[in-house]
Structure formats: C-alpha cells, structure tokens
Design a protein around this ligand. Sequence first.
Ligand SMILES: Cc1cc2nc3c(=O)[nH]c(=O)nc-3n(C[C@H](O)[C@H](O)[C@H](O)COP(=O)(O)OP(=O)(O)OC[C@H]3O[C@@H](n4cnc5c(N)ncnc54)[C@H](O)[C@@H]3O)c2cc1C
Length: 448
Amino acid sequence: MNKRTFIRRFAALLASPVISPLLAWASKIKLKNWAGNLEYSTDRLYSAKSLEQVQSYVKKQSKLKVLGTRHCFNNIADSTHNFLSLKSMDDVVVLEPEAHTVTVHAGMTYGQLCPYLDSRGYALHNLASLPHISIAGACSTATHGSGEKNGNLATAVSALEIVTEAGEVVKLSRLEDGEAFLGAVVGLGALGVITKITLDIQPTFLMRQYVYENLPLSEVKNHFDAIESSAYSVSLFTDWQKERVNEVWIKSRVEEGQAFDATPEFFGAKRATKNLHPIAELSAENCTEQMGVPGPWYERLPHFRMGFTPSAGKELQSEYFVPRQHAVEAILAVERLRDQVSPHLMISEIRTIAADNLWLSPCYEQPCITIHFTWKQDWPAVRKLLPVIEKELVPFKARPHWGKLFTMSPAELKFIYKKLPDFIQLSKKYDPQGKFRNEFLSTNVFRN
Ligand SMILES: Cc1cc2nc3c(=O)[nH]c(=O)nc-3n(C[C@H](O)[C@H](O)[C@H](O)COP(=O)(O)OP(=O)(O)OC[C@H]3O[C@@H](n4cnc5c(N)ncnc54)[C@H](O)[C@@H]3O)c2cc1C
C-alpha cells in the first residue's frame, strides 16, 4: 500500500460510524456548551438527517433533548440521557414571496439563512448580536436584538413543524392555531423536536452603523426615549464606570425617513473615528462594519461577524428584561451596584424590544429594555452577585433571559410569567410523559 492510499483508508476509517464513537470515548472529549462553562451530562448524541430519522429516534428514546448550536449559558439544553442534533438538516425548504415567508429545516443558523435571503431580495426584521446561532434554538429561548419597534426573533415565526413524544408530526401556525401557536413558539425545547420553522420576511434593505463614545449617564437619564428612538436599532454598552456609557451602537436603515443623521456629537457622545469592539480592548476585526459604511442588513444588525469569534469567548452571560416604563430607574439601580459588578464584568449592554404576544417571551404584552452582563468566567463570584442584582430589579418585575445565567426561584418565575400554568398544560398535551423535560425545565417550569 502506498502512502497516499494508506492516508485515504485511514481517514475513511476515522470517519466510519463504528470507529468515531470509540475515538470520542478514547479522547475523552466531553461535550460542552459554546462558552465552555457547562459540560453536558451525557455525550450520547445522535445526528438526524431526515424527518423520518427524527421520528424513529424520538420513538425509541425514553428521554432526550435537542441540541442547537449550544450557545446557552445555563443547563436549559442539557440532558442526562440523549442528545438529538439537527445540524445536518440545515437547508431552506421553501421561499414563498407571495406569503412573505421562508420555511427552513430547524438545524439552520441565521448565518446560513441570511445571505440566502438577501441574494433573493429578502430580509428578516432583526437579528441577535451574532449570526452563529440556530434559528430554532434562538426562537425557543426568545432571543432578541434591539430596536423599539422590533419584536424578538421569535416574533418572526409564523409556523412550526414539531415531532412530539410519540413521534408524530404536528403543525402549528399563527393563522390557524391561535393560542396553542403563541404558547409553542418560545417553547424552551419542552414540546418536542422542532423540525421546520417558517419565518416572516420583508424586502431586503441596506443599513449603516455608527458608534459613539462616552455618552454621559445624565443624558441617558434625561433623554432615554430620544436616544433609543434615534434609529432602527440602538445598543448602549457600559462598564458602569465614570457615570458614562462607553459606546453607543446605532444601526440605521438607509431609506429616506429612516436614515440617522450622524452628527459628530450625539447627546454629548463623540462619533468614533475607527471600528470598535464592545469590549474596547478586543479587536474590532470580529465586529460588523461601522463608520457609516452602507451594507446589507445581515452584516449590520449583528454586532459580530460570521466566521469570527463573537463577544469574548471565555465568558458568562446574564440578562434581565425590564418593562420599558421602568427603564431609567432600573438602569440607575444597577449603576448603584457598580463597585460590586465591575470587578467581574467584561461589559454590559442595554437594548430595547417591542412587546409581543408569545406566552413565555419576556416581552409578553410589554415593551422592555434589557440589561445584559458579559461576565468574566468566574461562576462562584457571579453566582453570589446575581441575587444582589435580581433583588434590585424585583420592584420592576424583571424577567431573566431563558438561555443565560440567573438565580431567581421557580416561585419568582411563576409570579412574573403569568402564562406559565397554560404553558405547562400545553407541554403536557404534546409531551405527557415528560420525554423532553430536563433538570432546567423540571425546576424552573414544571415545579410551578
Ligand atoms: C456570544 C453570544 C452572544 C449572544 N447574543 C445574544 C443576543 O444578542 N440576544 C439574545 O437574546 N441572546 C443572545 N445569546 C444567547 C443565545 O441567543 C441563546 O442562548 C440561544 O438560545 C442560542 O441558540 P442555540 O441554538 O445555540 O441554543 P442551544 O443552547 O443549543 O439550545 C437552546 C434551547 O433550544 C432548544 N432547541 C434547540 N433546537 C431545537 C429544536 N430543533 N427543537 C426543539 N428545541 C430546540 C434546546 O433544547 C434548548 O432548550 C448569545 C449567546 C452567546 C454565546
């Protein structure tokens, strides 16, 4: 056997289904979430390539969780039994311009879908800070971007195909299934396996992104509404030091009537003279283009570029949704904690989100601001700090992000999520045996 043949045969052997699990075992590489702060409780992962394979796998298992792109920071996606991955089911099913929708298989990421849509003249209404995440995983946890008039990403969902506990295929749509649909969209992975997801689309659009530095906190206090309504999407990044917001990210559509007038000063902040990272010390190479350079919606709405590490990488995240009317009070309440927060913080971000009608969305029937924390990866310290922050936010009935770290009790969650009892009933309809339940769901949802 010559060298080339040997290499080819050896590579084929490594890829064979018989050898791969053995190699995984031998290398003892544990399955972890994206940030590496959570080692999942099992390595048993099956990758389905078709709806039939999903159905047959679900029927055979007594317990399982679907794993998306693993970007949650808590154990919402964890399983002690089995994981099902839809990563190979990542293509567009159908684009329907007349219905203004696109239907995709649930393993697809925004990073895959957006260039496809744009090349055909279409866009989504909003995106998160990164395009790397799976569409199904993001919508299941009510992932959001920013913008006063923009609902979270799940508000674009108009239909779902779900494989239930019994392996049956259920279709739910906004038009035909009313409340059941509204309960299922932000489903926390509790109802079954989402295999297809249909999203609203709109004509493609161009955007410009500007960054301003050093916005005085007094301006936030006095002009919060004007600042937030100045463009399509506005984000405030702060380390809570020196009574100022470090960076203001303004994402504006270029159309007449929507364009942002990028004056050198914005409420006392100065327009940046080069691209910046939200964490000032990190390279802006990972970030989407700024300085007012026009570009497609999907290369301006996220802060981070596909193909590059988003955020810092080794980090933890927490985020709280506060009803919009309490925005300034809540920001000032957190600012008072600056000396406790700052030693553990990389950066905070404040965004706005429109109200929606999805049962478990933190913006259910209320527009919100979000106060987000990117923490250094020191869970013992962060775990001590979160109850302090949560206590300050109690008066505002703040709701935690489902996919990030929080310490609120199940009783508190029940108090702030009025639709939790209805969601439990809905989940039991599709998953009566609790096949898709894990520790996170049993503790935070079903104990209520
Ligand atoms: C660097 C970084 C930046 C982020 N930025 C933002 C941001 O800007 N805004 C924001 O709101 N959040 C943000 N997040 C959080 C992130 O968007 C959410 O955690 C999101 O849920 C991640 O999707 P995923 O596919 O990786 O989910 P996973 O962690 O893989 O899964 C999340 C949940 O979805 C379920 N699920 C996944 N796929 C399916 C399916 N096909 N069927 C049924 N259930 C399914 C899982 O079982 C689990 O319950 C960020 C996270 C990181 C790491």
